[in-house]
Design a protein. Structure first.
Length: 289
């Protein structure tokens, strides 16, 4: 059967990479690049505890709660620096972290004075977050949470964060569109995702480190902006790690090592109603664009 674009339905798709677990296709009608077939089941089974201690280099983390833990904690604090000093999120603001894992970012947010909670689709991972760091992590995928009125009816967040999440979602535009109902006035979404159109991809080709079984989408800057626009968000700013470290000199050595050397990510802030007032430092980034 002729493949079609998973995003816009166009048949104008071209093969880019044939991998052992699927094929990477690019749409000629929209800016999306995606994996077929997708083997990402919408159950917790794929993202259980084994996801955080995976033997498979093409899947999950090697030792998130062991050898990588100190670095992960450091990066969680860096992301708090981004929302506090970069975005200028006020103290006591409410934050929902989607795909919270063991709750390191939720915990770091709370330590910095925010009211943060998280979602993780694997119940045992959410339980671990509560057990290890008293982080309030609900055992839900974002899709299930958006369908669960008793839990989310009172939820109105200042910021919903998706760190390395959108590339895993079957229907990212649908999820982001419905996430708007979780935002209070002036609320925003903060996204990070691997950048597809960067030097790292160009130098690695078929061996690109982000070609993984659970990465269903590969976003260029144009693709990520299109995703935000189609979901009803204005892109307040979108930038690389290089831009971030220039305006936030306090970011750690781990952040530099991970995002300037080993990985290449996009960071973007989407605002739902334009009322979100971005911090001065990120305004400087936005003005550069
Ligand atoms: Zn398309």
């Amino acid at each position: 059967m002729r493949p079609t674009c998973k995003y816009c339905g166009s048949q104008a798709v071209e093969p880019l990479h044939l991998l052992s677990f699927g094929e990477i296709l690019r749409c000629g009608n929209c800016p999306m690049v995606f994996l077929v077939p997708s083997d990402c089941r919408s159950t917790g089974s794929l993202y259980g505890l084994h996801y955080f201690a995976s033997q498979d280099a093409r899947f999950g983390y090697r030792d998130y709660l062991g050898a990588e833990l100190a670095e992960r904690r450091c990066l969680a604090r860096d992301f708090v620096t981004i929302i506090r000093d970069g975005i200028g999120l006020e103290p006591e603001a409410t934050v929902l972290d989607v795909g919270a894992g063991p709750g390191l970012f939720v915990s770091a947010c709370n330590a910095a004075g925010y009211k943060a909670e998280g979602l993780d689709r694997a119940p045992e991972v959410a339980a671990l977050a509560i057990e290890r760091s008293a982080a309030k992590v609900h055992p839900f995928s974002i899709e299930a949470y958006l369908r669960t009125p008793p839990i989310n009816s009172a939820a109105r967040f200042s910021l919903v964060t998706f760190f390395d999440v959108v590339e895993h979602l079957e229907e990212p535009a649908d999820v982001l569109r419905r996430t708007r109902q979780l935002l209070g006035k002036g609320g925003a979404v903060l996204l990070t995702t691997p950048r597809f159109d960067g030097d790292l991809y160009r130098s690695q080709g078929d061996d690109y480190v982000q070609f993984k079984r659970d990465h269903l989408w590969h976003f260029s800057q144009t693709g990520l902006q299109r995703l935000l626009a189609d979901s009803g968000f204005s892109t307040s700013w979108i930038c690389s790690a290089q831009d971030l470290v220039q305006v936030l000199p306090g970011l750690s050595r781990s952040f530099h090592e991970k995002y300037l050397v080993r990985r290449d990510h996009l960071f973007a802030l989407g605002t739902a109603d334009g009322a979100f007032v971005c911090g001065r430092r990120m305004q400087a980034v936005a003005q550069k664009q």
